[in-house]
Design a protein around this ligand. Structure first.
Ligand SMILES: [Zn+2]
Length: 299
């Protein structure tokens, strides 16, 4: 395991990268004042992270501290962020996660405050790079109870979680990739809010939605929809079992159309069956509808 790591808690390059991502987080307006925190796993039981009470836009490498996977400080002169427990909960549950970025990007946080699920099957990049973004329940920030709120949502392929009434956390195999997820999500949420002002969103049809997931698979990205049998293609259902409280329901946005899940047979597949198959399906559909109409008319 140790040989998987080519760095340690004194690696200056990684500390500089944390400062650089901090500058981007601050410049994008994702973290006001001292908000937000950043972490990178550098050894089997070593994580470097931003300290508490520091503006993410003005960190220096010597400000960066180090903790073990239980959150005990093992390096640095400044005190580690209390929200590191959230990052560590994710790293412990997901060995593939190397870096985490937590902040309060305004557009995504608006969804967190409204507890409005992020609609899917609208923008190609979101389907390919993100997928469903679960909303973890609210807990007072800082403690272990807060950190544990994300655990039910850590499915293979999950890379971003919205924290109700708080903000976001995104994670990945590199710090830059973890950060990109936050940037992609906030840009998407902004587009959604703008489109709402223009009258609302248009969902992609089933075939086009499925094509994006095929593409995602081809590119080697994971998605909970590739594993969960009983979720809709666009229906925000892959995390259904994670919600102990009520699952957030769309209120501001029209609910997505119900398409069969990725592991199920597409509805258009039966229509595209070999010669003769399609005709038979249409015939039986016409027959079924006719019977229902006659029944409704009391004949
Ligand atoms: Zn926070």
């Amino acid at each position: 395991m140790a040989s998987n790591w080519n760095s340690g808690i004194n690696d200056r390059r990684i500390k500089e990268e944390i400062c650089e991502i901090g500058r981007r987080v601050y410049a994008k307006g994702f973290a006001a004042a001292n908000d937000g925190n950043i972490s990178v796993r550098v050894g089997p039981n070593e994580v470097v992270c931003s300290p508490t009470m520091i503006c993410k836009g003005f960190m220096k490498p010597e400000d960066i501290c180090a903790v073990d996977l239980d959150g005990k400080q093992i390096g640095g002169t400044r005190k580690r962020t209390s929200e590191i427990l959230l990052h560590l909960a994710i790293m412990r549950a997901r060995p593939d996660v190397v870096a985490c970025v937590h902040c309060h990007p305004p557009h995504a946080t608006a969804f967190a405050v409204a507890r409005e699920p992020i609609p899917q099957c609208i923008l190609p990049e979101i389907e390919v790079f993100m997928g469903e973004v679960p909303i973890a329940p609210y807990e007072t920030p800082g403690g272990q109870d807060f950190a544990n709120t994300v655990l039910p949502f850590l499915k293979p392929g999950t890379n971003t979680i919205i924290l109700a009434n708080h903000g976001t956390i995104s994670f990945g195999p590199t710090l830059e990739q973890a950060y990109w997820k936050t940037e992609i999500l906030d840009a998407y949420c902004r587009i959604l809010l703008l489109s709402k002002q223009l009258g609302g969103v248009t969902y992609l049809n089933e075939q086009k939605s499925r094509e994006l997931l095929d593409l995602k698979k081809k590119l080697g990205f994971d998605d909970p929809r590739f594993h969960v049998e009983d979720c809709d293609l666009c229906g925000n259902g892959a995390y259904r079992d994670g919600y102990k409280e009520e699952m957030p329901q769309p209120c501001a946005f029209e609910p997505a159309p119900t398409y069969p899940g990725y592991l199920q047979k597409p509805t258009y597949a039966s229509g595209a069956a070999p010669v003769g198959g399609g005709g038979a399906d249409v015939d039986s559909l016409v027959k079924a509808i006719t019977e229902q109409v006659l029944a409704a008319l009391g004949k």
